[in-house]
Design a protein around this ligand. Structure first.
Ligand code: PGA
Length: 250
């Protein structure tokens, strides 16, 4: 049986003070939630976030990291630095990284492997653009991103990986994939995991949906067989809306 995993990707929002306030609110509002809940503030607020979340059921993740452990990489943040802060998870391959910062599947794969070597959990994002969807290529694109993103990763590491299916056209646009459309891609991604690894690995893999998840659509998305959680952007910036999403089942 898979359990749910709701994650908030704060993107480039929230100062240290705002981060601490939001986490303090969430600590109260999310008390007793039994599935996994994570927030991913910007790098500058991670230290404060880890401290604020201490003793609660809220996990703290980063939104990105370098593909290298250390060295001459101006402006980058390494996995070692994240671990040093007590960060336990990292989002990799977000479409904003892929599209704006030109991160390739191979580059993302290096990061995934490095995060796993250091014992971090990974949320690996995949998803097609509107053009690709309209050309009937959504499944192919997602499956290819999965195969390349997971290249060289052994099955025993998969429990530390969550897949986030985020159709690019649904991110920040208010357009959500219908639960049925999303589930179709989730099912095909799961089939791909079975082909790459095993049916057991596919059955156990958590696959989040992301793209304009809001309090009023979370429940119907989570009701789908192959949707195991959400990666939430805009609606994660407010305690009431993130709480409503994280508590979709109560
Ligand atoms: P959104 O973002 O919920 O604002 O659409 C989701 C994401 O980019 O992870």
């Amino acid at each position: 049986m898979r359990s749910y995993f709701i994650a908030g990707n704060w993107k480039m929002h929230k100062t240290v003070g705002e981060t601490v306030s939001l986490i303090n609110e969430l600590k109260n509002s999310l008390k007793g939630v039994s599935h996994k809940v994570l927030v991913a503030p910007p790098f500058t607020a991670l230290d404060a976030a880890v401290k604020a979340a201490e003793g609660s059921n809220i996990l703290v993740g980063a939104q990105n990291m370098s593909n290298k452990e250390s060295g001459a990489h101006t402006g980058e943040v390494s996995v070692v630095m994240l671990k040093d802060l007590g960060v336990g998870c990292v989002i990799l391959g977000h479409s904003e990284r892929r599209i704006i910062y030109k991160e390739s599947d191979a580059f993302i794969n290096e990061k995934v492997k490095l995060a796993l070597v250091h014992g971090l959990e990974v949320i690996l994002c995949v998803g097609e653009t509107l053009e690709e969807r309209e050309a009937g290529k959504a499944e192919t694109v997602v499956n290819e991103q999965l195969e390349k993103g997971l290249s060289g990763i052994s099955e025993d590491k998969l429990p530390r990986i969550t897949i986030a299916y985020e159709p690019v056209w649904a991110i920040g646009t208010g357009k959500t994939a219908t639960p049925e459309d999303a589930d179709e891609i989730h099912a095909s991604a799961r089939k791909k995991i079975a082909a790459l690894y095993s049916q057991a690995a596919a059955d156990a893999m958590l696959i989040q949906y992301g793209g304009s998840v809001k309090p009023d659509n979370a429940k119907e998305l989570m009701a789908m067989d192959n949707i195991d959680g959400a990666l939430v952007g805009g609606a994660a910036l407010d305690s009431a809306s993130f709480t409503a999403i994280a508590r979709f089942d109560s």
